[in-house]
Design a protein around this ligand. Structure first.
Ligand SMILES: *[C@@H]1O[C@H](CO)[C@@H](O)[C@H](O)[C@H]1NC(C)=O
Ligand SMILES: *[C@@H]1O[C@H](CO)[C@@H](O)[C@H](O)[C@H]1NC(C)=O
Ligand SMILES: *[C@@H]1O[C@H](CO)[C@@H](O)[C@H](O)[C@H]1NC(C)=O
Length: 632
């Protein structure tokens, strides 16, 4: 099944992508920054370059450098250090911009190689006469391309003819100095920045998904602060595809789409026969859209950031928790109205449009200065697509560059928070808490609120931070009694917690119960557990019992029996007979010892008396000492 499923999946995927490509053909806008050459005189002027979709462009800023075109490894596909080449600039000199030719390997690899050799930026010269294109990172499935997230320098593609000009000037021995300028890369018309993130709830697509999730967690705090301060208006978006009409009843479309083929997503594992289907992803995307809408209605749109990050942490595909049940727990813990979200999601099986998803499909098509959205994830700032690594610092720069001069919030200027964002004050941030012990897993950090089990009295609590946190190991009973039952009555305390009993609560002897909420006294008298002999009088106490014997008999607790004062009076059990024999034996032995000691001390004093008649005693003390020793 898996074997024949795969090629079919691939065909359908291609089909979906083809349909998509057709839909958007020619509407993809390339985001540019300006490149100015200031020497040599012969090529001085402004040129366009296309911002690479990885690395860190300096939105709102500019950067000057000296261009270098390597003699070998002109395409930058091999490591430069291997041949002893370094682009590190000397102190006081302009940073090095490395010019490489397009072709033979991924754009990102060229930039990575140049960065490792000390380049400050990379210019890639196109090898075709064509309009500028956007250099993207390799598509999913190249797990070995993990270096992409470590690219920190900006890169830009320049067209073929400008590339030739640069090379010619360099070959003549000219010093070529250029300025890369991102100041106009984002429009900045007013004092509020509108931005959108085209995202996906799929958390299993490799490096790209990992980077997206990392960004969401990292940027959350800043996003929420900007939103709460009224500086930005953020909207999340989700791309969907549609199934060609002729295929809507096919098994493939059914497993990848909602609403009879109207809204589809590719299968997360590209295998229809196992794991999650595209349909599961579209449904969760729809839920996230609805979470945003419902949160936005209550004027708290920023709760979306909490939802998506919590969902990622609590409901990952890896743990098979991705889906409705887990999602609804997250929704509830964030205090959102579940019924409103359900209503917004509508019926995913209906043969009808879903207004929310339909709007998303329409929004994918470019309008105004923004081209079609085809790369996932894509950030759009003031209706202009952001290019570069999705990373907190770089994105913050791009958003801050979107404010009209002098209207930036102070967070853009000095990085200081100016809005009170302690979300733990509301609904405890949806995190675990123990009200009785006044401990909470909610922490307000610069990354927004996180739910993490706290350290209390030096003991690290463990758990998911959302539903549970409990102490373990030594000292765990000091923390709110380890979450176990305990009770004090009349100066006596009983506890179901033992430090050594890791993570468990066990009722102490004399009690029965779950050890957490309740331990109930066992009525030993009634349950016939003790004190049941004929002469026994049983009285239950809290946690124990008292037993007395009638007719002057003695109760022996260890043997749970009544015995008389002499062996003949033993009423029950051979154990008691043995006990009496042992007692007698001990008494006899004791008597002998006493007798022996008496005799000795008697003889001692007799001998002394006799001796004293013949010689004087050294001292009274010595006698006293001796006696003391003998007595002891
Ligand atoms: C990327 O950076 C991280 C942390 O700085 C490091 O652990 C990792 O090995 C780097 N990856 C590559 C491919 O250099
Ligand atoms: C969110 O709410 C604001 C006003 O409260 C509104 O202008 C905006 O269109 C809403 N966004 C969505 C996606 O509903
Ligand atoms: C709970 O603890 C916090 C700090 O840990 C403290 O500020 C607060 O007053 C405590 N509340 C109660 C009811 O004890």
């Amino acid at each position: 099944m898996g074997r024949c499923g795969r090629p079919k999946a691939a065909i359908l995927l291609t089909f979906l992508v083809l349909i998509w490509a057709e839909l958007v053909a020619g509407k993809f806008l390339v985001e540019k920054n300006s490149l100015r050459v200031f020497t040599p005189e012969s090529i001085k002027g402004n040129y366009d370059s296309a911002i690479g979709n990885f690395g860190v462009p300096q939105y709102g800023g500019s950067m000057a450098g000296a261009v270098v075109y390597p003699k070998d490894n002109k395409k930058g596909c091999q490591k430069f250090e291997a041949s002893g080449i370094s682009f590190r600039s000397k102190p006081g000199a302009l940073p090095t911009f490395v010019l490489v030719d397009r072709g033979d390997c991924f754009f990102s690899l060229k930039v990575w190689n140049a960065q490792n050799a000390g380049a400050a930026a990379v210019l890639v010269a196109d090898h075709l006469d064509e309009p500028l294109i956007t250099m993207d990172s390799p598509e999913d499935g190249h797990a070995s391309e993990e270096y992409i997230e470590n690219i920190t320098i900006p890169s830009a593609l320049v067209d073929k003819s400008f590339g030739e000009k640069l090379k010619k000037a360099l070959s003549k021995g000219d010093m070529v100095n250029v300025n890369l300028d991102w100041r106009e890369a984002v429009p900045h018309p007013d004092d509020r920045v509108e931005y959108e993130l085209w995202t996906n709830s799929n958390d299993e697509c490799g490096v790209k998904c990992d980077m997206l999730m990392e960004f969401l967690k990292d940027f959350k705090g800043a996003a929420q602060m900007l939103e709460q301060g009224g500086y930005t208006q953020f909207t999340p978006h989700y791309i969907t595809w549609y199934c060609p009409e002729a295929f809507t009843v096919s098994k493939q479309c059914k497993s990848q789409c909602l609403n009879h083929g109207r809204y589809c997503a590719p299968d997360p594992e590209q295998d229809f026969s196992s794991g999650y289907d595209g349909k599961d992803v579209v449904l969760e995307n729809l839920r996230q859209l609805c979470v945003f809408r419902v949160a936005n209605e209550t004027r708290k749109p920023w709760v979306w950031w909490d939802y998506v990050t919590d969902f990622h942490i609590r409901c990952p595909m890896k743990e098979k928790k991705y889906g409705k049940e887990c999602a609804e727990e997250v929704i509830k813990s964030l205090g959102l109205d579940l019924s409103k979200i359900e209503k917004c999601m509508g019926n995913p099986d209906a043969d009808a449009d879903n207004p929310v998803l339909k709007e998303e499909q329409e929004a994918q098509i470019g309008k105004g200065s923004r081209g079609d959205v085809t790369i996932l994830p894509t950030l759009v700032v003031n209706n202009r697509q952001y290019r570069g690594k999705l990373e907190k610092g770089a994105v913050s720069k791009a958003i801050c560059a979107g404010f009209e001069e002098t209207t930036e919030p102070s967070v853009c200027l000095n990085g200081a928070a100016e809005v009170e964002t302690n979300e733990c004050l509301h609904n405890n941030g949806g995190c675990w808490q123990d009200m009785a012990a006044n401990i909470t897993a909610c922490k307000d950090t610069f990354r927004g609120r996180v739910c993490e089990c706290p350290i209390v009295n030096g003991v690290q609590l463990k758990g998911d931070g959302y539903r549970s946190c409990s102490a373990s190991g030594p000292g765990r009973c000091r923390i709110h009694n380890g979450g176990c039952w305990h009770e004090r009555r009349d100066g006596v305390t009983f506890s179901a917690c033992l430090d050594s009993d890791d993570g468990k609560c066990t009722c102490p002897p004399g009690f029965i119960g779950d050890g957490v909420k309740k331990c109930e006294d066992i009525n030993e008298c009634k349950e016939k557990k003790a004190c049941q002999c004929n002469e026994c009088n049983c009285r239950n106490t809290w946690g124990s019992y008292e037993c007395t014997c009638s007719s002057g008999l003695l109760y022996i607790r260890d043997h749970d029996t009544c015995i008389g004062k002499s062996a003949s009076e033993v009423k029950y059990g051979w154990g008691a007979v043995w006990l009496v024999l042992i007692v007698l034996g001990l008494a006899g032995g004791g008597g002998y010892l006493v007798y022996k000691q008496r005799l000795r001390s008697y003889m001692d004093s007799e001998i002394r008396a006799i001796m004293a008649q013949y010689m004087p005693l050294d001292s009274q003390n010595e006698v006293a000492n001796h006696v003391d020793e003998d007595r002891a």
